[in-house]
Design a protein around this ligand. Structure first.
Ligand SMILES: [Zn+2]
Length: 73
C-alpha cells in the first residue's frame, strides 16, 4: 500500500519538521512553515511533490466543442 508522508518546511530557511510548528527553531521566524507531501516514487526514496489544484479547463473546452459542432450551416 502506498503511503503518503507529510513534512512541514520553513519557507524562510528550509528547516524540515514532521509536525507543524508556529515558530521555526532554526531561524526563529513565526508562521513560516508550509505543508509538503512526500510521495513515494518508483524507487525507495521519498520525493517532494507540491499540491496541485485541479483545473477545469478541460471541462470548459469540452463544452465549447459540443456547442460549435452542433451548429447547422
Ligand atoms: Zn526557518
Amino acid at each position: 500500500m502506498p503511503k503518503d508522508k507529510t513534512v512541514f518546511v520553513c519557507s524562510s530557511c528550509g528547516y524540515e519538521s514532521p509536525k507543524w510548528m508556529g515558530k521555526c527553531p532554526s531561524c526563529n521566524e513565526w508562521n513560516t512553515f508550509y505543508e509538503e507531501k512526500l510521495v513515494k516514487s518508483s524507487g525507495t526514496k521519498y520525493e517532494k511533490k507540491k499540491e496541485v489544484v485541479p483545473m477545469v479547463l478541460n471541462e470548459l473546452e469540452g463544452k465549447e466543442v459540443v456547442r460549435t459542432s452542433t451548429r447547422i450551416f
